[in-house]
Design a protein around this ligand. Structure first.
Ligand code: ADP
Ligand code: ADP
Length: 223
């Protein structure tokens, strides 16, 4: 069974802008799914609806009954939105702290998340000391520290230079293989979606709908 399904999902804003109309799509367990399309076609809206950050105005989002626990979602935005006054370690600790975990109990999970994104040596650094790519790594570690079953990423690398972006693409693939989590990745880069994904849904604009589906490799994880 799929992890979740969007069934006839529509989203209208202020009863004027129709961002999505009759969107049907599934997210399969363990896949790396890209949502590809031009700006304004509703990709971010679809991701936010999946995250439960907004509600659809039509249709529904049906979770696999065994996976319906919404706390098992990590979200990475294009802007890393780190706490500037807190160290890398403390930034990654945040989701566990909010869940009531002590710093001591959280430390192994934080160290592992930092290791996965190559930030072990930077645990005591502050965000202002880090490059854009490093800040994004912190943001990914923070999303992974709770070991979410589903990682949602909204154009995470769009603001980074090409080389940094390529390194992050490679490291993200390794994280995905290692954790076996499901990733839904929003991008308007053809290169990125083909490089990263096991499946791509191509969106068209106004109102947002799926124009094409591209299965890159049904056997996951791929080499
Ligand atoms: P994408 O992620 O593909 O660029 P979005 O999902 O961000 O597209 O936006 C889809 C459409 O919905 C756009 O026309 C956008 O302007 C509109 N939209 C998105 N969020 C809001 C909002 N909060 N209020 C009004 N319109 C919105
Ligand atoms: P867009 O759809 O945003 O215009 P493209 O896929 O056409 O993006 O790529 C624009 C430029 O950025 C190209 O030179 C491409 O090689 C480069 N690029 C895109 N994605 C990546 C990536 N993940 N890693 C490195 N370079 C990339």
């Amino acid at each position: 069974a799929p992890l979740l399904a969007l069934e006839g999902v529509g989203k209208r804003f202020a009863n004027t802008v129709t961002a999505l109309d009759g969107l049907d799509m599934v997210v399969r367990q363990g896949e790396f799914l890209s949502l590809l399309g031009p700006s304004g076609c509703g990709k971010s809206t679809a991701l936010r609806l999946i995250a439960g950050l907004a509600d659809p105005t039509a249709g529904r989002i049906a979770w696999n009954a065994a996976e319906a626990d919404r706390r098992s979602i990590g979200f990475v935005f294009q802007e890393p939105t780190l706490m500037p006054w807190a160290s890398v370690f403390s930034n990654v600790f945040l989701p566990l702290r909010l869940a009531g975990t002590s710093r001591k109990a959280a430390t192994p999970a934080i160290e592992e998340a930092l290791e996965m994104v190559g930030l072990t040596a930077f645990r005591d650094a502050y965000p202002r000391e880090l490059s854009g790519g490093m800040k994004m790594r912190v943001s990914i570690a923070r999303a992974l520290v709770t070991r979410p079953r589903l990682l949602l990423m909204d154009e995470p690398f769009a603001a980074l230079d090409e080389i940094t972006r390529f390194k992050l693409n490679n490291d993200l693939l390794e994280v995905w293989r290692r954790l076996g989590c499901t990733i839904v990745f929003v991008t308007h880069s053809v290169f990125e979606s083909v490089f990263l994904s096991s499946r791509i849904l191509v969106f068209r604009a106004r109102p947002g709908r799926i124009a094409a589906e591209l299965e890159i490799d049904p056997n996951q994880p791929r080499d």
